[in-house]
Design a protein. Structure first.
Length: 439
């Protein structure tokens, strides 16, 4: 049932000032959990009115007829590579790529140089963010010093400046270290975002242990390398009562473990990525643009992930946007680095393959990509409502386009969706008083 929108009509609403404002008209706005025709006005970076809004002399009027307006998306798992590896990506290029994908908030992973394990090192990243970011960029702090899994980072000192703690790119094998990290994170009311991987089970593999790897003679990665560490960590979560988030899950066994852990009351959430939900290993070619960690797995794994999205076992969609330079991704699987880009096409691909096919309703997708990530990591829900900060993205559902890595804003040009057709495209992203992306 459509819920009535508030009305703001007449000049009385402007008491206290006559600052210029922008009035957006005719769009389908995501309000109260559904798309509704509404106008809205933004003044000084705040949504001043929504419903039936009349522009006045001096206002800027923007027609959004035929377009959808969604709250800005949030991705709690991206790699912007700076400081340390700016030839792969920078805070500037990464945040601009995120804005082009409709994102207004991201959490950046800590496999950097220096690693954000002390306040001194976190400040180096914060200074770059303050100078260059066009959206909200919040770093992770590491779990361990230099991400080596041996001694805890200065978690207490950096806690107020990070989204959570992660050693992403590496699993923490030492049980003593991860348990101490969980206890410290609990005391600080922070989330551990775990890269769940038993390195001894990976054994230098490059692709899922399935038909693709066998056919191409590629050293495999067994699913057990992921779910075994999730299984271990769940027992510690139950014991300690800490907040735990499992990054980029890919295996059916992991979905089952998290589902049962939630039923048992564990404070655990998880994410998966569009490439795991849309692709299986039968779609791969022996090219670097398909290589990521964890790998794209079998069809039965993909189906389990979709079921996990639908029943709430998986809480959010993240991209694991992990750019590399051309010389690092241009070879075969064994020759290429792990990691693919995803920010600029993630929503369009999910809309095309899930919403338009009737698998996922639009309100569920918005929850997965905007609301749930913010809720888990302690950020305010960015509803499109009067009195809220302007934080939204505009989507044109009628644009049909082809994903081309060379056209991406990101310095990383290698996407597994290269050449795929998408229906619908982000055309504008607004955060506060700034339009951070527009085509």
């Amino acid at each position: 049932m459509e819920i009535a929108l508030p009305r703001r009509i007449g000049r009385a609403f402007f008491e206290g000032g006559m600052d210029l404002r922008t009035v957006y008209t005719g769009g389908q706005v995501f309000v109260n959990g559904s798309l509704q025709t509404a106008d809205f006005a933004v003044k000084n970076g705040v949504i001043e009115a929504i419903g039936e809004v009349f522009p006045f002399e001096g206002d800027t009027v923007v027609s959004l007829s035929g377009k959808y307006v969604f709250p800005g998306f949030a991705d709690v798992h991206v790699h912007f590579r700076e400081p340390g590896f700016s030839y792969k990506e920078t805070i500037e290029t990464g945040s601009k790529a995120a804005a082009a994908g409709g994102y207004t908030l991201v959490g950046t992973m800590p496999n950097l140089n220096p690693a954000p394990d002390t306040m001194e090192n976190v400040n180096k990243q914060l200074d770059l963010i303050k100078e260059k970011a066009v959206i909200e960029v919040i770093p992770y702090g590491t779990i361990s010093m230099e991400r080596k899994g041996k001694a805890l980072s200065d978690m207490k000192a950096i806690s107020d400046f990070v989204i959570g703690f992660s050693d992403d790119g590496s699993g923490v094998d030492d049980e003593t270290v991860i348990k101490e990290a969980m206890k410290t994170a609990k005391a600080l009311d922070k989330v551990i975002a775990a890269h769940s991987e038993v390195l001894s089970l990976v054994k230098g593999g490059h692709a899922h242990d399935g038909e693709f790897a066998k056919k191409n003679g590629i050293k495999p990665i067994v699913s057990e390398s992921e779910w075994k560490m999730v299984e271990r960590d769940i027992e510690f979560i139950k014991e300690i009562g800490s907040k735990h988030h499992v990054c980029h899950i890919s295996a059916k066994e992991t979905v089952d473990l998290i589902r049962e852990a939630k039923k048992a009351g564990a404070d655990i959430t998880s994410e998966t990525a569009p490439h795991y939900l849309i692709m299986n290993d039968s779609m791969l070619k022996n090219e670097g643009r398909y290589k990521m960690n964890p790998p794209i797995r079998a069809e039965e794994d993909r189906q389990a992930l979709v079921s996990g999205i639908l029943d709430g076992t998986i809480d959010m969609i993240a991209t694991d946007h992990a750019p590399h330079a051309a010389h690092e991704k241009s070879g075969t699987f064994p020759e290429s680095a792990m990691g693919v880009t995803g920010l600029e096409c993630a929503f369009s691909m999910m809309y095309t393959h899930f919403v338009l096919k009737g698998i996922l309703p639009i309100d569920k997708l918005i929850d997965l990509m905007a609301f749930s990530p913010r809720a888990r990591f302690g950020f305010e829900k960015n509803e499109i409502a009067a009195g809220k900060k302007a934080d939204f993205t505009v989507f044109d559902p009628d644009i049909e386009w082809t994903v081309k890595g060379e056209r991406q804003i990101s310095l990383g040009k290698f996407t597994p969706f290269e050449g795929w057709t998408a229906r619908g495209k982000i055309v504008k992203t607004v955060l506060g008083d700034k339009t951070v992306f527009e085509i």
